[in-house]
Every structure is written in C-alpha cells, then in structure tokens.
Design a protein around this ligand. Structure first.
Ligand code: ATP
Length: 261
C-alpha cells in the first residue's frame, strides 16, 4: 500500500506496513502484530519522540554493552522487520553478537530472519545451527533454545521487545538484561537491569550514536555510569514523564483539530 507523504500519520503507517509485510514474509509472528499495536499506543503518550529520561537509559545500556565480557543482542521477528540494518550497525559498533531467538520458533521463520539479517549486512548470526544449541532450563518454551557461543555464555543480553517469562529466566540464569519496551509496566520492564522505554525505531540508531560518544570514555567512567543507575528509579521517572504529559494534555495542551471546520 502506498502511503501519501502528507498523511498526518505517514511515518507510523509506514512502520506498520513493515510489520505487516514482515508477517507475510514469515519474519513476524501473528502475535508480533498485537505487540506492535500495544507499543504504538504507548508511543502516542511519549509524543513519538525520545524523551530525556530515555536518553539516559540508552546511555547506560550502551555503557553495559561496551564494558561486557560478551554481549549478545537477541533478535526476534519484529526487530528484523522494523530495524534490521540498525540492529546490525549497533552490534558492529558495540562488539555485541547477534542471535536469533524466537518465541514462535520454526525453521521457516529462522530462515526468513537469517536472510533479512544477511541482507542488512550481518556476517555472523547465532541461534541458527543446531550443533551449537543449548537449553536454558528455566525457560519453558522454545525460547529456551539458545546458542552456546551466544546467549548461553553471555554476561549481558539485550532483548528488545521481550516477553516477561524469558527476561525473568535470563535474570535467574545470572545474565544482565537490557530491554527496549514501550510499556514501563510490563514484567520485562520490571525485571530487566536496564529498561529503555522508547520505540526501537528511535532507540536502536540512537544507541549506535551513543556508542560513538562513549567509546571516548575509559572503562571506569563507563562503570560509574552503570553503577549510578537504578532501574526502578528510572521507571518511576518514566511514569512521571508519561503522567505529566497526559496531565498537560488534559489541562489544555490538547489541540482540537476540528476547531477550524
Ligand atoms: P510481559 O510478558 O513482559 O509482561 P507482554 O506480554 O506484553 O509483556 P510481549 O507480548 O512480548 O510481552 O510484548 C512486547 C512488548 O513490546 C510490549 O510491552 C509492547 O508495548 C512493546 N513494543 C511493541 N512494539 C514496540 C516498539 N516498536 N518499540 C518498543 N517497544 C515495543
């Protein structure tokens, strides 16, 4: 479907189209469409812009990736459909590995996502070859299958758009978890070490920019950034931002688009 540039919600509709196309190409699971809709609703509250609090969350997350022994970025269907090039670039600039890890796993989907990531420039993609599969026992579904060269032996895992069970299991398995989730109240958001409450479309390229900046800092400075961060405090700040935005709109900032009819 071609979306006219002057459509007031053109950008959001184009992104939605990418998710729908991704579903037709077997990259995105049906449940991925529902998750996307949930994300869009929260993004309205943010005004579809990166708030200041999210810049801080992104900075700390990148510091964690840069100071990790082994960082892995877990890729699912929505990420592959929405920002394949951007996720490959983030991995390259933080030294993180890319691993395909799916809730609704099938050979067909793994192949489709592998092909998207390869087209986006990924050279090494973990989570594909069965001879390297290991299981994380704490996880009850197909996502328990991880790559022994990747998530299984990683100290830091970035799980954008994750479900709560897996985040909890990764924490219990001793991993430091970073997530990107527009819902600050999801179990994932509450369980992660660092929760970035922002749209992955903005957060991922901004994190690569952040990596360029943070590469000039030494590891003590990066560790200080991480040690000074408290995820619960940060989620409270996020909720304060969301509630004050709603309050401002309720108290008069909401524009009436029908006033000149
Ligand atoms: P949980 O199990 O963590 O309580 P859940 O059941 O909602 O939450 P999922 O179905 O995996 O878990 O949801 C994925 C999450 O991703 C949702 O919270 C949704 O708001 C969020 N999300 C969807 N699209 C985006 C996006 N583009 N950027 C960031 N977050 C998004």
């Amino acid at each position: 479907m071609s979306i006219p540039d002057n459509h007031p919600r053109a950008e959001s509709l184009r992104i939605r189209e990418r998710i729908i196309e991704g579903m037709h190409e077997k990259v995105v699971a049906e449940a991925g469409l529902i998750a996307h809709g949930r994300g869009e609703a929260y993004d309205y509250i943010l005004g579809e812009k990166t708030p200041n609090y999210a810049q801080k969350q992104q900075e700390v997350a990148v510091a964690m990736l840069l100071t990790s022994k082994k960082a892995v970025i877990s890729v699912n269907g929505n990420i592959a459909a929405l920002c394949p090039k951007e996720i490959v670039k983030l991995a390259e600039n933080t030294g993180a590995l890319l691993e395909i890890n799916l809730f609704y796993r099938s050979e067909e989907r793994v192949k489709a996502i592998t092909s998207v990531l390869e087209k986006a420039g990924a050279k090494t993609i973990l989570g594909v070859e069965p001879e390297y599969f290991e299981t994380i026992e704490e996880i009850s579904h197909l996502r328990r299958i991880v790559d022994m060269r990747g998530i299984y032996t990683a100290d830091v895992v970035l799980v954008p758009l994750e479900d709560g069970d897996r985040t909890m299991a990764l924490r219990r398995a001793g991993k430091e978890v970073i997530t990107i989730d527009l819902n600050p109240l999801s179990r994932t958001s509450l369980w992660a070490n660092v929760t970035i409450v922002n749209n992955v479309i903005r957060a991922i390229p901004e994190m690569t920019e952040e990596a360029f900046k943070l590469k000039n800092k030494n590891s003590d400075e990066l560790k200080e950034l991480i040690n000074n961060f408290d995820n619960y405090q940060s989620l409270q700040e996020t909720l304060n931002f969301m509630s004050s935005r709603l309050r401002e709109l309720a108290e008069g900032k909401l524009e009436d688009p029908t006033k000149n009819l």
